[in-house]
Design a binder for this molecule. Structure first.
Ligand code: ADP
Length: 644
């Protein structure tokens, strides 16, 4: 352990930077430098320099370097600064904290695969673990460092690592393996003429040979080490090697030389206040005087030894307490940092959540506002449309009212006019009949017949118009009166049979015998329907026949259901017209009126009357072949009514 401080210093010098006595020049360079990476490098260097003289300033520089390096993402600079920071803690004896920073630096060098940096950190970690008494881990790190240095082909590094490994083996009393490493290191460092390295190798080898009782070799190496330490002005090294030489002389029982070396070493130790080395020196002196039976001197040195041991132990305890305190403080700091980070994280998360929520709310508000606007716009449009629709509806309503009023006016007009014209028309027809009875001349009779035909036609038209008006305004009511069905049919048939004869066509009548003669219904409207259908049949048939049949299709005690069919072999109706002929004033052909007369009202009236009866008319026709109109009507039996 006693070699440790020197090794650390040596290795730090080797792997870190040369301890410069020109911290001022570094500071000046720092002030002048513009580049951030240069600033980081200079700050880390200053951190390293101050580690040996002022740990607080050292850490300040290191932290500045770390902050700047992190700001500019300069990993290498950051790693260097952590390395310096770790060294500052280690030199102070705070190994626990030191190792934490070394491991951070290790991580960073690993990230950028900086092999030189890694080799340095492996070595430094090895030393710190050695300080912490974790020899195996220390050896592990030094071996890793050695492997990397071999890979890098760095003879100095290899030599120093081998020296470190040898020293650990020596500490573990593995003298053979320690010797192998020392020899290899010696060879390598001699080759490159590394004085510092060689001084440590010789020192180690001197000690090794002393322990293995090879006093000649021990003295030889110790002397070489001493000379190199003198050369390097390393007084601590000088005192250490003097002690080894003294102890070796003691082994040789050369008390004079042993005393000389040990007293010289004691003087140096006092001068350097190197208490641990001094302890070894005092103990060796006491031992030496004891061996010479100079018990007073032996006791005196032993007392000095115990007194110093007490002081050292106390200061070690204080140092330990300080270390524990600083470790505790460090951990506390770390915890606080972690807590702050956590809080920071929490705040960051909170802020993020807040941002997300704010954005979401903003979006929602915008969407709501947009929706409101579009709804308002839609409402506005709807309102306008509604107003337009309302306006249109009211216009339509007005127009409908007007149309209805106009239709009503037309109906009323037709109705009034028909009525008004029908009375004089009856007078006209009556007068024609009277004139015809007054034995008119043949030419006069011909004129009177024409007049009669036209007047009757006009009257029929007037009656039709009146009927239609009544039907459309719902004013036409069906009668329900008893009538002689056979008589009614006979009357109609007789007239049309004569008319058919005149035209040279047949009129065929087929009446079901099961039909009761006395029925209850509206004989007037039934006559109107049959007259219309049969007269049309005769009118539109030039040859062949018009047949009129009535069949019982349903019969009960109270009622009889009859099917009326009027069929002709006339001109027929085109298929596309078979629906429209039932509309008012509609005829199948434009020349019908001219050729056959008529107004196109008959079938419309027929359809509407049948509708009142709860029946409907159907037509089957083929152009040029003839037409067949049929409908069914129910009548109550007269006797049923009487009984009721
Ligand atoms: P009108 O006979 O006074 O013209 P209708 O309403 O009775 O009026 O008949 C409408 C039209 O139907 C007729 O003009 C005619 O074109 C057609 N039609 C009706 N009955 C027949 C039929 N038996 N044969 C051929 N066409 C017919």
């Amino acid at each position: 352990m006693k070699r440790l401080f020197f090794y650390i210093l040596l290795t730090f010098l080797c792997y870190g930077y040369s301890v410069s006595k020109h911290t001022d020049s570094l500071k000046q360079r720092l002030l002048k430098s513009d580049a951030d990476t240069t600033k980081v490098k200079l700050l880390a260097k200053l951190g390293f320099e101050y580690a040996f003289i002022d740990p607080d300033s050292s850490r300040l520089f290191c932290h500045q370097a770390i902050d700047l390096a992190e700001d500019i993402d300069f990993t290498r600079g950051s790693a260097d600064a952590y390395n310096s920071l770790a060294i500052s803690y280690d030199i102070e004896g705070n190994h626990e904290v030191s190792i934490t920073y070394f491991l951070t630096a290790l991580d960073l060098y690993n990230k950028i695969d900086n092999r030189e940096g890694l080799a340095r950190i492996y070595n430094n970690c090895g030393m710190v673990y050695q300080s912490l008494g974790d020899t195996l881990r220390s050896l592990e790190f030094h071996n890793q460092s050695l492997a990397l240095e071999k890979e890098l082909g760095d003879p100095t590094g290899i030599g120093y690592s081998m020296t470190q490994i040898a020293s650990i083996h020596l500490q573990m009393e593995h003298y053979d393996s320690a010797l192998v490493y020392y020899r290899s290191a010696l060879e390598l460092l001699e080759e490159i003429g590394d004085v510092q390295g060689l001084s440590y190798v010789h020192w180690g080898m001197g000690e090794l040979y002393m322990y293995t009782n090879n006093t000649e070799k021990a003295l030889e190496h110790s002397r070489q080490a001493y000379e190199l330490f003198v050369q390097d002005e390393n007084r601590k090294g000088m005192s250490e090697t003097s002690i080894i030489m003294g102890r070796t002389y003691l082994k040789q029982k050369d008390y004079a030389k042993a005393e000389e070396q040990l007293l010289f070493a004691l003087g140096l130790c006092k001068e350097l206040e190197a208490k641990n080395v001094m302890l070894e020196c005092l103990l060796s002196l006491s031992e030496m005087y004891k061996q010479q039976s100079k018990f007073d001197e032996a006791l005196a040195y032993y007392e000095q030894y115990t007194a110093l041991k007490d002081t050292v132990l106390k200061s070690e305890m204080t140092a330990n307490i300080k270390e524990i305190e600083s470790k505790y403080n460090f951990e506390k700091q770390q915890q606080q940092i972690a807590l702050l980070n956590k809080e920071n994280n929490f705040q960051t998360r909170l802020r993020n959540i807040f941002i997300v929520v704010a954005i979401t709310i903003s979006c929602l508000l915008v969407m709501l506002y947009w929706a409101y606007l579009s709804k308002a716009r839609t409402m506005e449009v709807l309102k306008t449309k509604n107003k337009e629709i309302e306006k249109k509806n009211s216009i339509i309503a007005i127009e409908k009212q007007n149309a209805l009023a106009a239709a009503q006016a037309k109906t009323d007009f037709l109705s009034v006019m028909s009525h008004e014209i029908r009375t004089p028309m009856n007078v006209v027809i009556g007068s024609i009949y009277l004139l015809m009875e007054d034995n008119p001349k043949p030419a006069q009779l011909e004129n009177l017949n024409m007049l009669k035909f036209s007047a009757e036609n006009l009257l029929t038209l007037l009656n039709d118009i009146l009927d239609l008006n009544k039907l459309e305004s719902g004013k036409l009511e069906l009668e329900s009166i008893p009538f002689d069905f056979n008589l009614l049919i006979k009357g109609i048939s007789t007239g049309y049979s004569a008319e058919a004869d005149k035209k040279g066509i047949k009129f065929l009548l087929d009446i079901d015998e099961q039909i009761p003669s006395q029925l209850i219904g509206d004989p007037g409207r039934l006559s109107q329907i049959l007259n219309n259908l049969i007269s049309n049949g005769i009118k539109f048939t030039e040859e062949g026949s018009v047949s009129f049949s009535i069949k019982v299709v349903g019969k009960s005690h109270k009622k009889v259901k009859l099917k009326f069919v009027v069929e002709d072999t006339g001109i027929g109706i085109p298929e596309e017209k078979q629906d429209s002929i039932f509309n008012n004033f509609t005829q199948a052909n434009s020349n019908t009126t001219r050729k056959y007369g008529g107004s196109g009202l008959g079938l419309a009236i027929t359809k509407q009357i049948l509708k009142l009866f709860g029946s409907e008319i159907s037509v089957k026709s083929k152009e040029g072949k003839g037409s067949k109109f049929s409908f069914k009507l129910s009548f109550k039996n007269d006797h049923v009514l009487e009984k009721a």
